[in-house]
Design a protein around this ligand. Structure first.
Ligand code: ZN
Length: 133
């Protein structure tokens, strides 16, 4: 079902501040910043070989990213696996008894179709299924 790790989502207080490390020190290059209103976040993707780093900054106090930082501080928030068909992946997960946060795909940055699996079903990791193109 899973092709590869599509990206790693990292919650940050400020994308501009975080880019000092990712661009100036690691030498990655942001592919631009997008606001995803539905999830109340600003997002920057930094291509890293075959995968990407996704920096997530809350645009509102009730954003899931703001709540994550309040609880855990800045850091890795989720891991996204690339799938060919997110609807089929959701059905398969549910058939295998996995608890989904999203039973219907939602819009992800860059026009991806995404769905989150519940961390209680995945050993504590927030897992995103991500379909591109
Ligand atoms: Zn993501």
């Amino acid at each position: 079902m899973v092709n590869k790790i599509d990206h790693i989502g990292i919650a940050v207080k400020s994308i501009e501040e975080a880019l000092k490390f990712y661009e100036n020190i690691l030498g990655l290059k942001s592919a631009g910043i997008e606001v995803v209103a539905e999830q109340k976040v600003r997002v920057a993707f930094l291509p890293t070989g075959d995968s990407e780093v996704e920096l997530l900054e809350a645009t509102s106090e009730d954003s899931p990213v703001a709540r994550f930082i309040e609880k855990n501080g800045e850091g890795i928030q989720h891991i996204a696996y690339r799938v060919d068909n997110v609807e089929a992946a959701i059905s398969e997960m549910k058939a295998k008894g996995l608890r989904m946060i999203d039973e219907i795909p939602r819009y992800g940055a860059g026009g991806a179709k995404i769905a989150f699996c519940h961390p209680k079903s995945t050993g504590g990791v927030l897992v995103e299924l991500c379909q591109r193109g």
